[in-house]
Design a protein around this ligand. Structure first.
Ligand code: P70
Length: 459
């Protein structure tokens, strides 16, 4: 179907803020040309992230009412544990209030100074948590995963040659675990095939290295496998998920994505000794093992969300809606990352604004224009987020990809909203020659994109 139909009807509505162009111009200036500084009440369509922004179902809201807020042994914890075990199949399930806490618990237990942790591409909190533990995060995605225009059904796949080279070079003893991010967020929400997961597992087995999944968007990855991988067309999503996780030793999960909730996460492992060490740390920093920083009602909402996300009508619409937005833009020649990923459409800012050099932040300039045009908030994934000064030479170092990500919250916006977004982007595209670059006025020493202040450069 070209025009994806929402597989749900609306029971509760929330008004969308509308602003005038003059108002948005003033908001942008006040925000230092950084959308993280813009109040949500001034945003018409918020595509900053798909994390924690989902609409819960009536079934999940009903679940909140039967939250058991006992400190220890809440009934909702047991329902949550049973659901996670049923889908993911791991023996030990440790709740946490969001994904980066699960990462922090895992790496602070497993990674020591000078260790290497390979992944297809590390997400920034994953990389930061490894580096915080003095480990070294290495990206080993296939080459196709680094080229915006190259079509490949599984652009998130691990390059086994690169992975084996890392293992040979640094040795098994300096690699405590290997990760696989499904879908690969930093590479455009691209899936990993089961064939690749199996091959990664076989390679790691030869060296005795455990495999963990960064499972945030696992259901979207499963849907791509069903659609694209030979032999899976007749399989249901649950059985594909079980097959994926049967090939791993554990996972970290931000339930704020495919858990369809606004807060929550967890960590799984089959290793009892590891689970015990992590649980001890959990009690110190996050909470008792049957709530892990969450309310009982939150655990109930996650348990229900994890079931709902496996629904094929839901996934068909979800992936179809993101693709629909991508296709509207592609048809008019707007440069986007292809194929369209599971949770977001990525604009290729280098091609969109070829006249703006990377040190003038073309992707950030584009996010500002999208806000100005239609009150749309996207996120820059380019020179502002990943650029830095080389400590040795003092020269500016910029990343390969210069992107604007339009992340689509789950079950929140309708297909008509996608058309509104596409129209605004097309208006910006038509006047792209008049867009100016930006310069930084103020930046923090780390993760500067969150708080930086900028201004347009003179024409
Ligand atoms: C996003 C958010 C979070 C994330 C992830 C993967 C593959 C772990 C986490 C951490 C973060 C974000 C980015 C820009 C703007 C707002 C928010 N991803 N692994 O949107 O999970 O957030 O629960 O700690 O994608 O991609 P958590």
């Amino acid at each position: 179907m070209d025009y994806p139909m929402e597989p749900y009807k609306i029971k509760v509505v929330e008004p969308i803020p509308r602003t005038t162009r003059e108002e948005r111009r003033a908001v942008l200036e006040k925000a230092g040309y950084n959308l993280f500084n813009v109040p949500a009440e001034k945003v018409t369509i918020d595509l900053l992230t798909d994390s924690g922004t989902s609409a819960m179902s009536d079934n999940q809201w009903a679940g909140l009412m039967i939250g058991d807020e006992s400190y220890a042994g809440s009934r909702n914890y047991f329902r949550f544990e049973e659901t996670v075990r049923d889908i993911f199949g791991f023996r030990h399930v440790i709740p946490a209030h969001q994904g980066r806490v699960a990462e922090n618990l895992l790496f602070s237990t497993m990674v020591k100074q000078g260790d290497y942790v390979p992944n297809n591409i590390h997400f920034d909190t994953t990389r930061a948590n490894i580096e915080h533990n003095r480990g070294i995060a290495v990206d080993c995605v296939i080459d196709a995963g680094l080229h915006p225009r190259e079509e490949h059904p599984f652009k998130g796949n691990m390059d086994l040659g690169k992975l084996e080279a890392v293992i040979r070079r640094f040795g098994r003893d300096r690699i405590p675990l290997c990760l696989l991010t499904i879908t690969n967020n930093s590479g455009g929400g691209q899936p990993v095939s089961l064939e690749n997961i199996r091959a990664t597992r076989a390679l790691l087995d030869r060296y005795g290295i455990p495999l963990f999944f960064d499972a945030c968007r696992f259901a979207e990855n499963c849907y791509f496998i069903k659609m694209r991988e030979p032999g899976y067309a007749d399989r249901d999503i649950l059985s594909i998920a079980r097959e994926i996780f049967s090939l791993g030793d554990g996972c970290t999960m931000s339930a704020k994505k495919d858990g369809l909730v606004n807060i929550g996460g967890f960590l799984c492992t089959n290793d009892a000794a590891l689970a015990e060490r992590i649980t001890n740390l959990l009690i110190l920093v996050e909470g008792f093992p049957t709530y892990g920083g969450l309310a009982g009602r939150d655990l109930e909402a996650i348990a229900r969300g994890l079931r709902e996300v496996l629904d094929e009508d839901y996934l068909e619409f979800r992936i179809g809606q993101v693709r629909f937005l991508g296709n509207l833009l592609d048809a008019e020649g707007v440069p986007i990352l292809k194929p369209v990923g599971g949770h977001a459409v990525y604009l290729d800012a280098r091609s969109f604004l070829p006249g703006i050099p990377q040190h003038r932040f073309p992707a950030q300039a584009l996010t500002c224009e999208l806000y100005l045009e239609g009150g749309i908030r996207a996120v820059e994934i380019g020179g502002l987020m990943f650029g830095h000064r080389d400590p040795d030479t003092g020269a500016d170092v910029f990343p390969e990809l210069e992107m604007v990500r339009l992340a689509i919250p789950r079950r929140v916006y309708t297909t008509a909203h996608m058309q509104y977004v596409a129209e605004a982007i097309l208006s910006v595209f038509r006047r792209r020659d008049s867009i100016r670059g930006l310069e930084i006025l103020h930046e923090a020493p780390v993760l500067r994109h969150f708080t930086a202040r900028l201004r347009p450069v003179a024409a």
